[in-house]
Ligand binder design. Structure first.
Ligand code: ADP
Length: 476
């Protein structure tokens, strides 16, 4: 099943809403500030290059007229100014020749510029002077040069044109600025909305799972491979794992309850019978039976729980390098007495230095169960061999006996919980030994199987991944 965004209560929109707003604001702020900085820079560059150009014109004209004056005097200058201004080729300029402090010998002032009071110009011959118009809206920028005869030649230009161009540019920039702000805000909103959509879907799926308690819901995963897709995939994987664990736990709980029902009923029946009887010996005997039965049940419960844990993958394995020589020796010595009593020879053949990475306690438990079975199902005079060696990249542990073997109709069922073979009824046991062995071995990533010939014996083989060499063991 796939959970879509639908049905999202508005309450939970708040967190993504806030993140969205923050992202959108950041995006818009960065976009607007960079764009406006570009606009301001453009404006400044334009303004300064216009000023530069005006000054260039004034200075080159000043140089030209100084030359003209030096060559042909005031007349020649006046003619040149008149010719150029009339031809319209030259920008319109202010030209003045002043003698002494204020005696104007020549003045050319374009007609539209009359609102400049040129009498306020200093006339000291400073390179640049600026004179504001009467209205204060424009300025006359004047450059002056002292000529050979001591007169002062001044050439100037009004900033009116330049100001008009810049004013128009400012209007355009204001409109562009507004468009940029609007685009920034809208772009930020659209981008963050689409970036946050998968997160909202994820939240929707999680909320659905919490609300309905159904772990079969999954987050839709898009084709891309970005961080959000990875998160969605991981989230789905986690759900798969949780579903698997819950299923396993449910099954384990069911089977434990089912497996304990029979002995519990037996226990109750025995206690009830004893209560109805007036014979104290019978009651005492019943108490003993109940005690034994409850001990059996406790052992059974413990083993069932171990099996369930190992099967569901929740068994805690304290994996370390385990030297098999020592482990086999330890387990065999535990059963020495039993073997002796039954008249069975136990032989061990362990390749020196072979080791596996495993939980020592659990591996000991598995091996002990196999050895226990081998001794149980082998008649007196028989022989049990425990063998460990490296086999390619795995380590192989064999427990072989010369016992009764397993009948072909029992063979497929011996790994089942509580299953006991027909021939084994006479022996003590819960029918859980092999289930536990298998669960432990599988939890370690290994395999276990059996080869048997009825009447001649069986060989149980555990294969565990990885084996270490002798050097590794000595370093332990
Ligand atoms: P149990 O408590 O009955 O030994 P297990 O789970 O250990 O339970 O074994 C299940 C059944 O497998 C046994 O009842 C028996 O029939 C058969 N079995 C296990 N090990 C051997 C063996 N070494 N030789 C013959 N039969 C065996």
């Amino acid at each position: 099943m796939t959970v879509a965004e639908a049905g999202t209560p508005p309450r939970d929109e708040a967190p993504t809403g806030r993140i969205g707003l923050r992202l959108a604001s950041w995006y818009a702020a960065v976009f607007v500030v960079t764009s406006l900085a570009t606009v301001v820079l453009t404006y400044t560059l334009l303004a300064s290059s216009l000023t530069e150009r005006d000054r260039e014109i004034v200075l080159s004209t000043l140089r030209e007229y100084s030359q003209t004056y030096a060559e042909g005097g005031l007349r020649s200058l006046a003619r040149a100014v008149e010719t150029e201004q009339r031809s319209g080729q030259q920008e319109r300029l202010f030209v003045r020749v002043v003698r002494g402090r204020a005696e104007t010998l020549f003045l050319n002032m374009p007609p539209a510029w009359n609102n400049f009071d040129v009498s306020r110009l200093g006339g000291q011959g400073a390179l640049w002077e600026q004179l504001l118009s009467d209205s204060g809206q424009a300025a006359l920028e004047v450059a002056g040069a002292r000529l050979a005869d001591g007169t002062l030649l001044q050439v100037g230009k009004s900033t009116e044109n330049r100001d008009a161009i810049l004013a128009r540019f400012r209007t355009v920039l204001a409109i562009v600025g507004l468009v940029i702000v609007a685009l920034g805000l809208a772009g930020g909103a659209v981008l963050t909305r689409s970036a946050l959509r998968p997160i909202r879907q994820l939240i929707g799926a999680v909320r659905d799972i919490i609300r309905t308690g159904r772990t079969d819901a999954r987050v839709p995963v898009r084709a891309g491979r970005d961080a959000i897709d990875e998160l969605s995939t991981l989230f789905n994987d986690m759900l798969d794992r949780i579903t698997g664990l819950i299923g396993g736990m449910e099954n384990a709980l069911d089977s434990v309850a089912h497996d304990l029902r029979t002995p519990m009923t037996r226990l109750r029946a025995r206690a009830e019978r004893a209560l109805q009887s007036n014979d104290t010996d019978d009651q005492r005997e019943a108490l003993v039976t109940c005690l034994e039965e409850s001990e059996r049940m406790l052992a059974m419960l413990e083993t069932l729980m171990d099996i369930s844990e190992a099967e569901t993958g929740t068994m805690r394995l304290d994996r370390r390098a385990v030297a098999l020589e020592a482990l086999v020796g330890e387990v065999v010595s535990l059963y020495e007495e039993v073997a002796e009593e039954k008249g069975i020879a136990v032989v061990t053949e362990v390749e020196p230095g072979v080791a596996v990475e495993a939980d020592q306690g659990r591996l000991r438990q598995a091996l002990a169960n196999l050895l226990d079975n081998a001794l149980k199902y082998t008649p007196a005079g028989g022989r049990v061999t425990v063998d460990a060696r490296r086999e390619g990249s795995t380590v192989r542990l064999d427990v072989a006996d010369t016992g009764i073997g397993i009948a072909s109709n029992d063979l497929p069922r011996i790994w089942e919980r509580l299953y006991r073979g027909d021939q084994s009824r006479a022996e003590r046991g819960l029918g859980l030994g092999l289930s536990l062995v298998r669960a432990i071995v599988l939890a370690h990533g290994g395999t276990v199987d059996v080869i048997t010939t009825p009447g001649r014996g069986s060989t149980f083989t555990i294969r565990l991944p990885g084996g270490f060499d002798r050097e590794f063991i000595t370093r332990l």
